[in-house]
Design a protein around this ligand. Sequence first.
Ligand code: AMP
Length: 396
Amino acid sequence: MRAIVSINSGSSSIKFAVYRLDEHDTPTLSANGKIERIGIEPRLKIQTVDKQIIHQMDWSDGATLSHADLLEYLFDWAKGHLRDTQIVAFGHRVVHGGNDFVAPCCVDDAVLAELEKLCPLAPLHQPHNLAAIRIIAGLSPDIPQIACFDTAFHHDRPALTTRFAIPRALHDAGIRRYGFHGLSYEYIARRLTELDPALAGGKVITGHLGNGASLCAMDNGRSIDTTMGFTALDGLMMGTRCGTIDPGVIIHFQKQMGMQAAQVEDILYRQSGLLGVSGISSDMRTLSESSAPEAEEAIELFAWRAAREAGALASTLGGLDGFVFTAGIGENHADVRARICHRLRWLGADIDEEANARHAPIISTPGSKVKLMVIPTDEERMIALHILSLLYGAKP
Ligand code: AMP
């Protein structure tokens, strides 16, 4: 049996999914899994499509285990357990494709070298995305690897929304708004076409609200604006990232407070957001369980910032027909969804509190002008569809 594997390699986790292909190249999820807490106490869980755990491993003294060590372990395990399976390709989420990589592509040494140059623009993600490609190339050099870019979904959007108000020459040199979470948004756009074709053809904001968070304004299923910019630091407040900030603050950090660039980067990427404001945790669930006023302030700031940016995107769209919540917070955190929706009442969003509390797929009242939905995202499946498109010409 042929199979393809989607890999989403982050700083402290590696998510993967194995899809078996039938004779028509139709992918069916057969197993997925996650290695998390890499660098602390790595743990691995692999489960079948109906959530039966088929393998589990805890490395309680494994702080020194690298991504390479853990991928090697996974390959050894797969050799024993997927003996009847021939892996025909690996697909990877790659966060930044820059100006040049606007569609999925096969990775070779030259492509890898170009993608390497984009690491400074996505320091939390890109090095880990590329490390996985390099490690797998070493372990199985004959199997094609395909890179799928988070920036690609936003590539065709109106030129106006890609610009910063900086000198033209700098824009021409690539200092522009790219946008991220594209695989997630592409998947949601696709799912919306199946679930509600009329809404999919309208003006919709999708909120990918997870540890990383952004909003995308979609008109007829295409991205026309998004909150992330040149890097995945822009826009919403996130787990540890600050989101949009007065650029004068950065100048102040450096000129008045004497901070080096690496320190500024660390503050903005790793010490800000929910963690920085609460002083407690970057995890929304942990903050919800806390009675500290700083935790409440962080949650409310997150919701306000999301609603504020949604107002801006509604202006780009010239109206709003729907709002889709997705990712860890968007799919699971009813209180945060409610806080955001209450702030969007002026746009015609009317949340059904009972439906929201039980995480129903539609969480607006029948009379709501803006349809409010919860749709689980699936970046791994989107990667799989891109692999099939590239290998066999299937429509993603
Ligand atoms: P992600 O990056 O998409 O995995 O999302 C991570 C965020 O989702 C964290 O802030 C979690 O606290 C939050 N989250 C995940 N699961 C839940 C849940 N069941 N209830 C509330 N928040 C959750």
